[in-house]
Design a protein around this ligand. Structure first.
Ligand code: MG
Length: 312
């Protein structure tokens, strides 16, 4: 199931309402209208937000996306926080040569955290868009692996770091928050990439924001790290920056591969996410192989470890 949001004007929403008039259903509270077809549910809100959900969410959204008030993006641009404008990129960054950094696996009970940074030169942006590089959340795992391969073939410079579960769990025990782990992974991935690209010109480094820039700075300072010049932060950055989108694909492809490897090692298919089904898998592992195995394949401090006990 995919879900997408567009920000549309009242006029476009009115047009949509007419277009879907045969499929209208009672709108939920706060909504202007809701349309339901066999493959998509569209809900338009007074704020101008229009939500597309279901199997055909992407295709259906494409019909309207060029009428969105936010050109070049499928998502409303996040509000700029006044205290952090110095870390907010200007719109020209997205069209320039720049570095993007993103991670995967942070919300998944099983498997590592992977972080990738990628350097995209301005001349590569259109080709990458053409081959379908975009936010990895809107892509299937199969497509992600295919795109990651294509980018390797294009020799896109990148740096990828994998924080395996044993190390994750020992850092967590030492008192590291997941935020600090992520910050350090981004920091090292970016530094490695900067060393790789040498004197190549870049307009900036954009990190898909997972915490306030000052918190990020504090994390890396606690390990004697410093923010490189021209570093920017932005939430949903993968919707605006092809470099962040590329990084998100490389990170996700690595996560998917690591999960396959772990599943093979454990001999049980490890599920992504942190759902009830994950709890049941945990219980199965504990029953069949003992709890120690989780050290090597899971993020132990997640609540799932405790929740799994009800299945034992
Ligand atoms: Mg991200």
């Amino acid at each position: 199931m995919s879900q997408n949001v567009l920000l549309l004007s009242d006029e476009v929403m009115e047009k949509m309402k007419q277009y879907y008039h045969k499929s209208l259903t009672p709108p939920p509270q706060g909504a202007v209208f809701r349309a339901k077809t066999s493959y998509v549910v569209i809900t338009a809100y007074k704020s101008g937000k229009v939500l597309f959900q279901g199997k055909n969410a992407n295709e259906e959204m494409d019909k309207w996306s060029d009428q969105s008030s936010f050109v070049g993006s499928n998502n409303p641009k996040p509000n700029k926080s006044s205290t952090n404008t110095m870390y907010t990129p200007s719109d020209t960054l997205f069209l320039s040569s720049h570095i993007g950094s993103d991670e995967a696996g942070t919300g998944d009970y099983f498997g590592p955290i992977t972080v990738a940074s990628a350097f995209i030169s301005s001349s590569q942006i259109s080709l990458l868009k053409e081959i379908g590089v975009k936010d990895s959340k809107n892509l299937t795992d199969e497509k992600i692996i295919q795109l990651a391969k294509a980018m390797v073939q294009m020799r896109i410079p990148y740096s990828l770091l994998v924080l395996h579960n044993q190390k994750y769990n020992s850092l967590q025990k030492k008192g590291w928050s997941q935020g600090k782990m992520k910050a350090m992974l981004h920091h090292h991935a970016i530094r490695n990439l900067l060393a790789k690209i040498g004197n190549s010109h870049y307009e900036g480094i954009l990190i898909d924001q997972f915490c306030e820039p000052n918190v990020y700075k504090k994390h890396i300072a606690s390990e004697q790290g410093e923010l490189p010049n021209k570093t920017y932060f932005m939430t949903k950055a993968e919707s605006y920056s092809i470099a962040v989108a590329a990084a998100s694909i490389i990170a996700r492809a690595s996560f998917v591969k690591e999960m396959d490897k772990l599943s093979e090692q454990v001999g049980i298919e490890l599920r992504k996410g942190a759902s009830k089904l994950v709890d049941q898998t945990i219980a199965q592992i504990i029953r069949e192989q003992g709890e120690d195995v989780l050290q090597t394949c899971a993020k132990l401090h997640f609540a799932n470890t405790q929740k799994a006990r009800q299945y034992l």
